[in-house]
Design a protein around this ligand. Structure first.
Ligand code: ADP
Length: 271
């Protein structure tokens, strides 16, 4: 394996505890002088579904984008299955991991975006089979078979040959979910996936995700303003403000009996 650091390196992973699927250790992220995240530490266990809530600008999307390596970390460490995603810690120094290793880890992570981000010049089917074939090296036949079964699952079996531009927003988002699932991700990142949709199709998309949550063991990190959905699917809710965790706990606790005034205020504004 490309790294000898797996298992021993991450700060918080104790010897007997299972290795977290995602671990943030002293994470810092700045954009220029704007420090968005500072000293952020948390872990997500295998199969756990964690929802990040909090006001706009509190750093939630940045956290997902860091896991997807769409943003560069400016401090600290992120580990995926105990393996450093962007930097090793070596003799107290931060040493970058190779691009190859980063790419390998990233194939385990799928992300669904607010704005769908389908490839506009490809059909629905081509969108779904692209990465399984070119990144995972699957056969075209297998990738196509899996794509059809996923299109069935998201309720769009007849759209394989359509182009994204001919689909509604809700349909495009269902294709984006199928595309992410086609990679058999270990981690699924959901970034406000219903925020750009017409209200009447929001539930269709959320129900598909509820089913994914019910029928798979995929680890999920979710940013959403849909508090009912967050309550249904999350094992844990983390309330953010200004890049800090204000409080965290099981959804029943956070939504019905939060400890912090900041959380109460936020929830009374969105519920
Ligand atoms: P949230 O998802 O909670 O709304 P974000 O993670 O999107 O918050 O943003 C947190 C902060 O980071 C905001 O102040 C935002 O302006 C800033 N930010 C996010 N992305 C960028 C970027 N690409 N360039 C500069 N600033 C950014």
């Amino acid at each position: 394996t490309p790294t000898d650091a797996a298992g021993s390196e991450p700060g918080a992973a104790a010897s007997s505890a299972p290795t977290p699927v995602i671990e943030f250790v002293d994470v810092e992220k700045s954009f220029g002088n704007n420090v968005v995240l500072k000293d952020l530490n948390f872990q997500v266990a295998r199969g756990e579904r964690v929802t990040l809530i909090g006001p706009s600008g509190s750093g939630k999307t940045t956290i997902l984008r860091l896991v997807m390596t769409l943003e560069e970390l400016t401090g600290g460490y992120i580990y995926i299955d105990g393996q450093p995603l962007t930097h090793h810690k070596r003799d107290g120094k931060r040493v970058p991991v190779s691009k190859k290793e980063q790419k390998r880890l990233r194939t385990r992570i799928g992300m669904v975006f607010q704005q769908f981000n389908l490839f506009p010049n490809m059909t629905v089917l081509e969108n779904i089979i692209e990465a399984p074939i070119h990144v995972l090296g699957r056969s075209k036949k297998d990738a196509i078979a899996k794509a059809h079964s996923l299109l069935e699952q998201v309720g769009l079996p007849e759209k394989a040959d359509s182009h994204p531009s001919s689909l509604s927003g809700g349909q495009q988002q269902r294709v984006a979910i199928a595309r992410a699932l086609a990679m058999d991700p270990e981690i699924l990142l959901l970034d406000e996936v219903t925020s750009a949709l017409d209200p009447e199709v929001v539930d269709d998309v959320l129900n598909i995700l509820r089913e994914v949550a019910d029928t798979t063991n995929v680890t999920m990190l979710i940013v959403t303003h849909e508090m009912g959905f967050a309550r249904d699917v999350s094992h844990k809710v983390m309330m953010f403000d200004g890049g800090h965790v204000v409080e965290e706990g099981p959804p029943d606790k956070i939504f019905t009996n939060p400890e912090q005034e900041r959380t109460r205020k936020f929830l009374s504004a969105v519920l």
